[in-house]
Unconditional design. Structure first.
Length: 448
């Protein structure tokens, strides 16, 4: 390809990667969680990977690509689940991992470059008596901008909500995909929403300022109940408690937790489990609530986690699915938000219709101030049609499904924001070169 030769002439070799195996690896995320995406997205790769070392270098790459109408897909840690970083039209995989500097930490806010890993940010913040408000369970690998442009929420969302909740993402620096790229400073809530969970189609984030929380010493607890109902009712009580401060309330139907291999000595295949992180000052209050609710816990769990250098995040959110897939590689999962006013009845109806084809996994989170049960149930996959029947079944009984089996943004349940994202896209990416093919609202026919 001629542009690859020009690229070599214009840029330092150090930032250009063309080795086929490397380009293929960097063109992929965890899309294989979905048997449907596994089929549709196999063998889609970029033509090269470019890893700019500075924002100035990134801007030069963007200008180079725009002048030649070469697509760009921004890449953070590559931990997305929906083929978000998979280039559908080839082009450049823009690896942001070298843009990882701390810009500024103030009391209550932190600004880092796009490619800073969330694990690094958390460590840096904790040394300054602060912490991330919330983070995905992949935080050791995933980047600040990758989370903002590809994620939703995570550990801490029970207290602080999700990326869309006002006051969590405060400012973004965005580079436009134009011959002369503009450097935008985005601060207003309605404008920030044009870049949140946008798959990078509306601009390239180079810096982000997020709100932080005051550091808490978290205590890890595993609670067991003989029945799923008891576990769910206990988890709800804890989730809505304004007295107990928590970072995680994660519920797994049996036998999901029995596949958390490193925790084998704490799990079994018959009890429902709840993984919790609570303020260590409130251990006794929690214990009392566990006893009152008929649950059991093992007080050696926290010490075990620490001693083995494990993290509760490794066993919550979409890591629950990952542990299951390690032993059931053909299975998959769904994402759905149950109705907090009748979630138990919805669970019963799901179990009545689908039995053990659906294994319940809840993460309690806050959305616009309301505590709600979001869920990532494991699905025992058999066929695409059956998977669709299960999705339809969820929707019929009022569970809001965010379909993880599509790479099209608006089909994944993020239809509320897609018009705003596309408004920014039209202004910032006039040739539709950023991550083309990830929305149906903007034509990409010049590349097909
Ligand atoms: C085991 C597992 C557990 C997970 N748990 C969670 C969870 O708890 N919560 C959650 O929300 N998600 C979760 N995810 C999904 C994913 O890990 C997160 O969304 C993560 O934050 C993505 O970050 P990343 O750096 O890996 O992004 P990538 O996968 O690299 O990119 C994600 C999207 O952001 C875009 N992007 C990346 N960098 C930029 C940039 N600089 N400018 C513009 N766009 C950019 C990419 O093009 C892509 O569309 C999980 C996934 C797995 C596999």
């Amino acid at each position: 390809m001629e542009w690859l030769l020009e690229l070599e002439e214009e840029f330092d070799q150090e930032i250009i990667h063309q080795k086929e195996t490397y380009v293929k690896k960097m063109s992929q995320d965890y899309y294989w969680y979905s048997p449907i995406l596994k089929k549709t997205l196999a063998n889609r790769y970029g033509d090269c990977v470019i890893s700019p070392r500075t924002e100035e270098e990134l801007i030069e790459v963007v200008s180079f690509a725009c002048k030649r109408k070469i697509p760009i897909v921004s890449r953070g840690g590559g931990t997305g689940n929906y083929g978000q970083i998979i280039p559908l039209k080839g082009g450049i995989v823009l690896d942001t991992s070298k843009l990882k500097k701390e810009i500024e930490i103030k009391d209550g806010t932190a600004t880092f470059q796009a490619g800073a890993k969330l694990g690094f940010i958390e460590k840096t913040l904790r040394a300054k008596d602060q912490e991330l408000r919330f983070f995905p369970s992949t935080y050791m690998k995933s980047t600040l901008a990758g989370f903002i442009a590809g994620g939703t929420g995570g550990i801490g969302s029970i207290e602080h909500g999700t990326l869309w909740d006002e006051g969590n993402v405060l400012e973004l620096t965005v580079i436009t995909m134009e011959e002369k790229p503009r450097r935008l400073k985005v601060k207003k809530q309605e404008e920030l929403a044009q870049y949140i969970h946008s798959y990078g189609i509306s601009g390239i984030i180079t810096e982000a300022t997020i709100a932080t929380a005051k550091k808490t010493n978290w205590h890890d607890v595993l609670v067991y109940f003989d029945s799923l109902d008891e576990a769910l009712l206990f988890s709800e009580k804890l989730a809505i408690s304004t007295h107990l401060k928590k970072r995680l309330v994660s519920v797994c139907e049996a036998p999901l937790s029995n596949f958390f291999t490193p925790l084998k000595s704490f799990t079994n295949d018959s009890q429902a489990t709840i993984l919790l992180q609570i303020d260590s000052k409130q251990k006794q209050d929690l214990l009392q609530l566990i006893v009152e609710s008929g649950g059991m816990s093992d007080d050696t769990f926290a010490a075990f986690i620490k001693e083995k250098h494990l993290r509760v995040s490794d066993f919550s959110w979409n890591h629950v699915t990952l542990w299951w897939l390690k032993e059931h590689e053909d299975d998959t999962y769904l994402q759905g938000r149950f109705d907090p006013t009748c979630y138990l009845a919805q669970v019963h109806e799901i179990k009545r219709r689908f039995g053990d084809e659906v294994l319940i996994h809840f993460e309690w989170i806050k959305v616009k101030g309301q505590i709600v049960p979001s869920s990532q149930p494991v699905i025992r996959y058999s066929t695409d049609n059956r998977l669709q029947e299960i999705i339809d079944g969820f929707r019929e009984i009022g569970i809001k499904v965010s379909n993880p089996h599509t790479y099209i943004l608006e089909e994944g349940g993020k239809d509320d924001w897609i018009d705003d994202i596309c408004t920014a896209k039209k202004e910032n990416d006039p040739y539709s070169l950023l991550n083309p093919g990830k929305t149906k609202r903007v034509s990409t026919k010049q590349f097909s």
